[in-house]
Design a protein around this ligand. Structure first.
Ligand code: C5P
Length: 217
């Protein structure tokens, strides 16, 4: 039996390439609840801005551009699906081009409010990954986790996913950590785990043990 109550939210935060979205998908599948990757909404906003040639550093222009498009994030037990104007772009937004600009778009409070509003409309229960899910968007979530790993460990994992060399990936990750620093502060009540020495299965088991161990209120 799942220990996740009907109205519960489980947050999994951490830096770029910390494995949080893979862990979130696996935890959600084990608990048979949907999972949501909040980064997809920032990636959608960025893909729209890049395609339109909008100045990513101008929040009013960014919001005006976003207003001309329909962005849907549909949670699912097998992973969430992102659509822009009806087209599935879930994979397309996982690109180096979006990576390079996303932190500049995500830094604007107006964009963060646009994302937060969409996330808070989603019906619980779900597992959600991001940067500030436990600290800002869902401060009352029942289970909060913060996954960490060194930039080198994270780069080594990402090199397997994208065709690129280790040094340039590590550098891009460090740059994104720096730009994302403001939203990376963990929630004070999050449980931390250094995933560096652990396998994916071990991380998933660690999270599940804590969710199940906590029981229902
Ligand atoms: O998690 P993911 O790598 O897909 O996130 C892409 C970018 O979106 C991050 O580098 C960050 O700039 C932004 N982001 C954020 N807050 C979140 C999730 C993502 O600022 N909760």
């Amino acid at each position: 039996m799942s220990a996740v109550g009907f109205d519960e939210v489980i947050t999994l935060d951490g830096p770029a390439a910390s494995g949080k979205s893979t862990v979130a998908r696996r935890v959600a599948a084990a608990l048979a609840v949907p999972c949501v990757s909040s980064g997809l909404l920032y990636r959608a906003a960025t893909a729209i801005v890049v395609a339109a040639g909008t100045d990513a550093d101008d929040p009013a222009a960014v919001l005006a551009t976003l207003g001309r498009h329909r962005v849907e994030l549909v949670p699912g037990v097998a992973g969430d699906v992102l659509r822009i104007d009806g087209r599935d772009v879930t994979r397309a937004v996982q690109s180096d081009e979006v990576d390079a600009v996303v932190s500049r778009v995500a830094v604007h409070p107006e964009v963060r409010a646009w994302v937060g509003e969409r996330l808070r409309e989603m019906p619980a229960p779900f597992v959600i990954d991001g940067r500030d899910m436990g600290s800002v968007v869902f401060p009352r979530a029942r289970h909060k986790f913060y996954l960490e790993a060194s930039p080198e460990v994270r780069a080594a994992r990402r090199v397997g996913e994208r065709a690129a060399d280790l040094a340039s990936v590590a550098e891009a990750i460090r740059r994104r950590d720096h730009l994302d620093a403001r939203q990376l502060a963990p929630a004070p009540d999050a449980q931390h785990l250094d995933t560096g020495p652990l396998t994916l299965d071990e991380v998933v088991d660690w999270v599940l043990a804590r969710v199940r161990g906590a029981g229902t209120p």
